[in-house]
Design a protein around this ligand. Sequence first.
Ligand code: SAH
Length: 282
Amino acid sequence: MAGKLRFVEEAHEPLLTDRPRRERGVVYLVGAGPGDPELLTLRAVRRIREAQVAVYDHLVSDAVLSLLPKGCERIYAGKERGNHALPQEEINKLLVALARNGSRVVRLKGGDPYVFGRGGEEAEFLARYGVAFEVVPGVTSASGAAAYAGIPLTHRDCAAAVTFVTGHRRNGRCDLDYAALARPGQTLVIYMGLATIAEIRDGLVAHGLSATTPAAVIERATTPRQRVLTTTLGELVARIEAEHYCAPALVIVGEVVRLREKLDWFDAARLSAETGVRPLAS
Ligand code: SAH
């Protein structure tokens, strides 16, 4: 790999070389969805099956990786919180290097590449260096979690808008517009929010959102290990700690969480017994 990275560094200037076009590789930025392989798009499956090299994040499920062809080189790019196997800049360079070696590269990203996945940065880098790329959208974890936990993201009775935010700190704090997020009649979905949930709760409550507002945490959404807790904004932190919820998880805040009582159907074993649909792979 080191050799390939060097190759990119040397090639930083005229990346559009005079090689014939057919020799050049391509990078597919593929949304791998939240875990259940059956949530992949048809195009994602096709790109995965034709991959020569796959560069994947830790959120990509084993079930999705198992669709890669034999002989496909696999490169783990990490991206767990605080444990990046490869820094973003190295990933960017690696993608360029692999494509410039003439490979069909599949860059697998959890959920949708353009939702908190740094897919935009990778696409920018590829564009800057003249590498052909395609973005294949995926089911973002908010959509997967909503469907599998029975929590609609909008509903005519209680939520006319939904906002996706990241709880990831930048410059030491969550840079969220609490005044806007605390307004009633909307749903808030927090990605990467477990570590900063107390700070976010305080911000929302300080701007007028009631501590009795329903809230949910969905861990490992759409996988056989999915866990869901429903509570209130006020109780949220204590429940997360008591029940040891950990990443990957989403927090949903809003009246829509109440609908889970009526809409929760996801029980893989029951579903399988009742319908004959096979249980989800991990
Ligand atoms: N591009 C991804 C998000 C990447 S940021 C997407 O569209 O879903 C990583 C965060 O996504 C995690 O910290 C978690 O908040 C959320 N996430 C991803 N997969 C998840 C899953 N299966 N269950 C719950 N949350 C998930």
